[in-house]
Write a protein that binds this ligand. Structure first.
Ligand SMILES: Nc1ncnc2c1ncn2[C@@H]1O[C@H](COP(=O)(O)OP(=O)(O)OP(=O)(O)O)[C@@H](O)[C@H]1O
Length: 775
């Protein structure tokens, strides 16, 4: 796509802004105050306390032995770039927005004598209110959690940028920070802090020196003076500026070897040399730094001289990666770009870079992160900020409410569109026809990307472990794409102990005459594997899908089938096998009528009907939910929900629903009961056994008992009967009552911790009192 129209506009944009800054840096430049001004500052400065969280954060930062302190530079460059994005966006609708400082750039310089590092931008700046709020409070949720985690050494300071507190990282390297800022709507203000507790704000006595933007001066700690070094700074800025869309200029001194004519070198010549140097830098296809040392000497001896040339050095090319030809971009570049724009310290799992053409034209890179962000499904109101929209390289917004559906909220994407009108407000933008077309394309691309990923087993396994639930949410919510998503779902199954089978693979293995896809739900594979429902099917050679995630129950409700086959919950409703001999079944049923009647009258409150089972082989019976009732698993899920929502009514309603008991006509226990029914010896003891059998079956079928104590009492009764022990005999109680504590002893308060310590130390010393029981 080299040479395309888009690229021309890119070049133009770059050339427009890549003019070196007009000002030059001299010692004590730009932050010197006259005596009077300093006095005025002292008088007018207002003291503000930091919000508690900020103070806590500062203490952590100041005391941190965090090695990669350099991240402060990444945060400041990123903030500066955001600020320029904002003013550029405003300028789309307000042509005067830029006039106070038309060149959009970031400038960085040092003052070695005073140990000051300065980072300035011609961004939007802050008015007084914003200054107090932005650099004094933390609004983002989750900050406390982050602080706790850092305090417990469970989280890394590197994550600071993700919590919207990146600015404060300046105190990793500085003990005093001065922020001078000018917004179009307000006067120029100075913010100053020595960290921890408070900061002062004052109107700048020098007036408006910035035009517009923000200048941050770091008074470096004595152990952080390496950040004054040109080489160190250059390396760091190159590292962090690669994906910044605005020119970043560093004031450096470069040594140059120049020819000296016999006449004395004049000042003007040096200046000429330095501007030529600039020109080279402006040529964006060339590396920024020209190697000027060691030029081969010509035979004809010419006098040379090494001179120091101070000037602005351009640090980045600002050609956005998404506008480049994918053929020329390495994986390493894609990964670095991801980590930089997504502020994620993990590598991405996969990405796709494409140019959409047709109804709507845009370039995009979509990433799947390596790890699911925390609270993926919890964020309801908050903008997910996962999609950044640019129009012709101008950043427009990342504040979309569900640009992609919630189930795809984990993706990170850059979209750069050509056709969007630049003057629509952000609020109406999302409704814009073009944007909706883009949305559709992005969703399709996401699903294609995941489908591609599914061809790489290792990566797909990783993907499913992070985002498998998201896919299921997709199959539930996205009617249009359900079929596509269903092909990506994986379930454990009884097939050769497989823990990941696709529905299509299941269908390809279905047996002759099998008209439904058998599945069972439960809390774990171990649990459902041993369920009485599975045994008969597996024994007959049928495959059963194990749906062991809570969301699976909902999934099959919304997706009753796939590929022309319906799902069948094997723990629910009636069950017939294709090759079942109906006459045989009828005969069996009539043989068990008497037993069924007896059992039915025993379990009248709980069981709706009793059936002779076709699905059981080794278990005596199973409890089956009616077609419209809840399985044991569903009951447990709903119980947990009801508990959360404090709405037990629904749960109770369903728990009261009668169930179907299926009995295994070949099981010796059932045959034993049948004999009693046929001999008319179905006495009280037998009925008690039927109750125990029913309750045990409930447990095996995945249900909870309504009354555990009654169940235990029944089992005990059977044990007594079998052992020939009197049903009413009681255990002899022979205990020594505990003595009242000595009053004096209770006076001395014992710390809980001490108690635990003693317990450990003295557990082998029989002379010491055992405190455990008292505890
Ligand atoms: N150079 C700047 N120009 C204008 N506003 C700024 C600048 N630096 C910071 N701010 C303001 O201060 C706020 C706080 O900055 P901070 O770096 O602590 O968090 P953030 O930028 O919101 O989040 P993150 O660190 O994740 O980028 C910013 O949101 C922005 O409004």
């Amino acid at each position: 796509e080299e040479g395309s129209e888009q690229d021309d506009s890119v070049k133009q944009a770059v050339n427009e802004t890549a003019e070196p800054p007009k000002f030059v840096i001299q010692d004590d430049n730009n932050y010197g105050f006259t005596k009077e001004e300093t006095e005025k500052l002292k008088v007018t400065g207002e003291k503000h306390e930091f919000q508690t969280e900020v103070s806590r954060l500062m203490k952590l930062i100041i005391n941190s032995l965090y090695k990669t302190r350099e991240i402060f530079l990444r945060e400041l460059i990123s903030n500066a770039s955001d600020a320029i994005d904002k003013i550029r966006f405003l300028s789309l609708t307000d042509p005067n927005a830029l006039s106070a400082a038309p060149t959009l750039n970031i400038t960085i310089w040092t003052d070695k004598d005073n140990k000051v590092l300065t980072i300035a931008d011609s961004g939007i700046g802050m008015n007084k209110k914003q200054l107090i709020e932005n650099l004094g409070t933390i609004a983002k949720s989750g900050t406390s959690e982050f602080l706790n985690a850092v305090e417990d050494k469970k989280a890394d300071m590197n994550l600071i940028g993700q919590f919207g507190v990146g600015f404060y990282s300046v105190f990793l390297v500085a003990d005093k920070v001065v922020v001078t800022t000018k917004n179009n709507e307000d006067k120029q203000y100075i913010w100053e802090s020595h960290a921890v507790n408070d900061f002062t704000i004052a109107e700048d006595p020098r007036g408006n020196t910035l035009g517009r933007g923000t200048q941050i001066q770091l008074f470096l700690k004595d152990d952080a003076l390496e950040f004054l070094d040109d080489g160190v700074l250059r390396g760091l800025i190159l590292k962090y500026s690669e994906f910044i869309n605005f020119p970043i200029w560093l004031w450096t001194t470069q040594t140059q070897v120049v020819e000296v004519s016999d006449e004395k070198t004049e000042d003007t010549e040096v200046k000429k040399e330095s501007t030529d140097d600039k020109k080279d830098n402006d040529d964006l296809d060339q590396p920024e730094i020209e190697d000027v040392t060691d030029k081969p000497e010509e035979k004809k001896e010419k006098k040379t001289e090494t001179i120091e040339v101070p000037g602005w050095e351009l640090m980045n090319t600002q050609k956005p990666i998404w506008t480049r030809d994918p053929k020329n971009i390495t994986d390493y570049e894609y990964e670095n770009f991801y980590m930089s724009f997504a502020k994620d310290s993990n590598l991405p799992l996969a990405w796709t870079h494409f140019k959409a053409e047709g109804e709507v034209e845009f370039k995009s890179i979509i990433y799947i992160p390596g790890k699911a962000p925390e609270g993926l499904f919890q964020k309801v109101q908050d903008y997910s900020r996962n999609v950044k929209l640019f129009v012709k390289r101008v950043f427009i917004t990342d504040e979309f409410l569900d640009f992609v559906p919630k189930y795809l909220a984990f993706i990170r994407a850059i979209i750069d569109a050509d056709d969007l009108p630049l003057n629509v407000s952000r609020e109406t933008l999302q409704q814009h026809k073009f944007l909706q077309l883009i949305q559709k394309r992005i969703i399709k691309k996401c699903l294609d990307l995941i489908a591609d990923l599914s061809k790489d087993e290792e990566k797909f396994t990783k993907f499913l472990s992070e985002f498998g639930t998201s896919l299921k949410v997709g199959a539930i919510e996205d009617n249009k794409n359900r079929k596509k998503i269903a092909q990506l779902l994986r379930f454990p199954s009884s097939y050769k102990g497989s823990n990941s089978t696709s529905i299509d693979d299941y269908i390809s293995r279905m047996k002759k005459g099998q008209d439904a896809m058998y599945f069972i739900t439960g809390a774990s594979v171990e649990e459902v594997q041993n369920s009485p429902f599975v045994e008969g099917l597996v024994a007959r050679g049928y495959e059963v899908l194990y749906m062991v995630e809570p969301i699976d129950e909902m999934l099959v409700q919304h997706m009753p089938g796939h590929g022309g086959k319906m799902f069948k919950n094997i723990a629910k409703g009636e069950f017939k096998f294709e090759n079942e001999d109906l006459a045989e079944v009828q005969k069996l049923r009539s043989r068990f009528t008497k037993l069924i009647d007896n059992m039915q009258s025993t379990l009248i409150d709980q069981v709706e009907k009793i059936e002779v089972s076709a699905r059981l082989t080794t278990s005596p019976c199973a409890v089956v939910a009616t077609d419209w009732g809840w399985t044991g698993n569903m009951e447990k899920i709903m119980a947990a929900q009801a508990f959360k929502q404090e709405n037990p009514l629904l749960k109770e309603f369903y728990a009261k629903q009668k169930k179907i008991l299926e009995i295994n006509p070949n099981h010796p226990l059932i045959l034993g009961l049948l004999e009693r029914a046929e001999n008319d010896s179905f006495d009280a003891d037998t009925k008690e056994m039927v109750r125990v059998l029913y309750e045990t079956t409930l447990i095996r079928s995945g249900y909870s008992l309504k009354d555990n104590l009654k169940y235990a009492a029944r089992v005990e009764k059977i044990l007594r009967t079998n052992l020939g022990v009197d049903l009413n005999a009681e255990a002899e109680v022979n205990v020594t009552p505990a003595e009242d504590a000595d009053k004096d002893e209770t006076k001395g308060k014992v710390e809980t911790e001490d108690l635990f310590e003693e317990q450990d130390d003295d557990s082998t010393d029989p002379t010491k009192p055992v405190i455990r029981d008292e505890l």
